[in-house]
Design a protein around this ligand. Structure first.
Ligand code: VG1
Ligand code: CO
Length: 542
């Protein structure tokens, strides 16, 4: 029986960079998730008789909201709901499943790299029929709806068994539980030369993949160990846990320290990688080297033709604004168009759908391609492995040759987490005020040539997105970017992005902190970070 439940709206359901993210305690309020899900359904049109995909990263509260979503989808006219077994679907796998089965859209339950557990974070996001995160036009409409919603519809019934593959019904709605891994693994097998990677591994090449007790574990075990023959144990922390084992499933130097230690040890494997809570991020390491995500994007773009799925070359390359310009140099050298979008994968969707770009990336450990409409952690790992199998050189050698050809964009991001929101907003407002006065000034030995608040005009649908980050550009290609995170759940997080370009005949062997020292000092000088935030140093450097 369908029940209509009267509610008063919540005022805080504004989606951020990637969906609605809140503490679990917020989501546990009666009707909270229901109101957001109904707000999504209310702004969509034509769901009747359609398919909805549901799955998440397995974190605490995932299973409960999967059940709620199934019941609400049934009450809102969907004819079919496809669910990953156990309520599991990595973000890229969900994107693929939406596309493969011609679904109307999908609801993905994840707070991505944020920690999980009863006292930590949960999230809900909506992806459209192209498999990609809903564009701002839709997320804005969902938020507007959530502020006035007065009821939701839900089917009254017991829980669906989501742990067994097969079909059941909620009212007239068919619920199909599918293997969350198989379709995705098959997709990867179609893009990459698995035989060559298998031969590389059989020849003694050693790899270590840290799944961080998050959703990629089962995917990585199936693909890397079963299909590609990496020895058992090549995937570590492979079992997804509702609290990610108490860790922060964010693959960076701080939270994936064990992997960094392994890759910088004397007996390091040839290749190391890790992914995040929902499987869309990746970091890449070789023996004794960390490839920054911005460099990884550029190196993948430069070598993608070595993989069968990209043998015909790329249509173009897109990167988010704070991502380093390394990929632009590759695009220029290959004669490809390149695009600079605001932070967040939703801005790549139109470019991918229009066939203008093939590969996209963000400095925040996100890379992906037109095979789905999300960033895709394992995809990046497999493209790297395919390139390594084709070139038979080390990661360090490939990086070195890349810099010798294109120059090197030294890069780091400094995060100041959970700072006072008013102080963070004050800092950005003060920067905005100053923008017009900066060009022409010198800060240390850096000459400012331009400063602005980044705005994006989408060349496909003509939409405009303003206030996407403060950019200060210096002579010679160096840059500082300031923006506030849109994924945090407590206080504000200030991100400071630092980039310095050294041409191919410049110094390519600096340690990154030394290369960026002047920019780090300039960032504090311009934005008064220490005095405004009260912090002496960043919490995380990536
Ligand atoms: C962060 C990253 C951004 C990424 C977003 C979602 O956003 O900076 O590049 O797209 O997370 O990634 P923000 O607003 O906190 O800077 V995920 O893997 O958390 O879905
Ligand atoms: Co993620």
């Amino acid at each position: 029986m369908i029940r209509t439940v009267a509610v008063s709206p919540f005022s805080d359901q504004k989606p951020g960079t990637s969906g609605l993210r809140k503490k679990v305690s917020v989501f546990r309020q009666p009707h909270y998730a229901e109101c957001f899900i109904q707000s999504i359904f209310d702004v969509l049109e034509g769901m009747d008789g359609q398919t909805l995909v549901v799955g998440g990263d397995g974190r605490f509260w995932n299973r409960e909201v999967v059940q709620t979503t199934i019941r609400m989808a049934a009450a809102n006219g969907f004819a079919r709901v496809i669910v990953g077994r156990g309520g599991i679907l990595s973000t890229p796998a969900a994107s693929h499943v939406i596309r493969k089965y011609g679904a109307f859209g999908g609801i993905i339950l994840s707070a991505s790299h944020n920690p999980g557990g009863p006292d930590e974070d949960f999230g809900i996001k909506y992806n459209a029929s192209n498999g990609g995160p809903a564009p701002e036009r839709i997320t804005d409409a969902i938020y507007a709806r959530s502020r006035i919603i007065d009821s939701y519809r839900i089917y009254e019934t017991g829980d669906v068994d989501i742990d067994v593959i097969g079909d059941s019904f909620v009212g007239a709605t068919k619920v199909q539980v599918i293997d969350p891994v198989a379709d995705y693994a098959d997709l990867m097998e179609g893009l990459f030369d698995f035989a060559a990677i298998r031969a590389l591994i059989a020849g003694g090449f050693r790899l270590s993949f840290d799944a961080m007790h998050a959703v990629t574990g089962p995917y990585a075990v199936e693909i890397l160990e079963r299909r590609l023959g990496a020895p058992a144990g090549s995937v570590v922390n492979a079992v997804p846990l509702p609290d990610f084992g108490g860790h922060h499933p964010d693959p960076n130097m701080v939270h994936a320290k064990a992997l960094f230690d392994r890759m910088f040890a004397a007996d390091a494997p040839d290749f190391g990688a890790a992914s995040d809570g929902d499987g869309d991020r990746n970091i890449i390491l070789g023996r004794g080297i960390f490839v920054t995500p911005s460099d990884s994007l550029a190196m993948l773009a430069a070598n993608a033709h070595l993989a069968p799925g990209y043998a015909d070359g790329l249509a173009g390359i897109a990167r988010s604004m704070p991502t380093s310009a390394a990929a632009d140099r590759v695009a220029d050298a290959l004669g490809l168009p390149h695009y600079e979008t605001p932070t967040g994968w939703k801005f790549f969707g139109n470019l991918l759908d229009a066939g203008r770009v093939t590969i996209c990336g963000e400095e925040s450990a996100g890379t992906g391609s037109s095979h789905v409409r999300e960033k895709d952690g394992l995809w990046a790992v497999l493209l790297w492995l395919n390139i390594l199998a084709a070139r038979r050189e080390s990661v360090a050698a490939i990086a070195r040759q890349h810099w010798l050809r294109f120059g090197r964009n030294y890069y780091a991001r400094h995060d100041y987490e959970a700072i006072d929101s008013a102080a963070a907003e004050g800092l950005i407002a003060a920067l905005r005020e100053k923008l017009a006065t900066l060009p022409g000034n010198r800060i240390g030995d850096l000459a400012v040539i331009a400063a602005d608040d980044f705005a994006y005009h989408d060349p496909v649908d003509g939409s405009d997105s303003r206030h996407q980050g403060i950019r200060i550009l210096f002579e010679g290609g160096s840059r500082i970017v300031f923006r506030l995170s849109g994924t945090g759940t407590s206080g504000a997080t200030l991100r400071v992005y630092l980039e310095r370009y050294e041409p191919a005949d410049g110094r390519l062997d600096y340690e990154t902190p030394a290369a960026l020292a002047g920019l780090i000092a300039a960032a504090d000088g311009i934005a008064e970070i220490r005095s405004r935030t009260g912090r002496q140093r960043p919490d995380v450097i990536t």
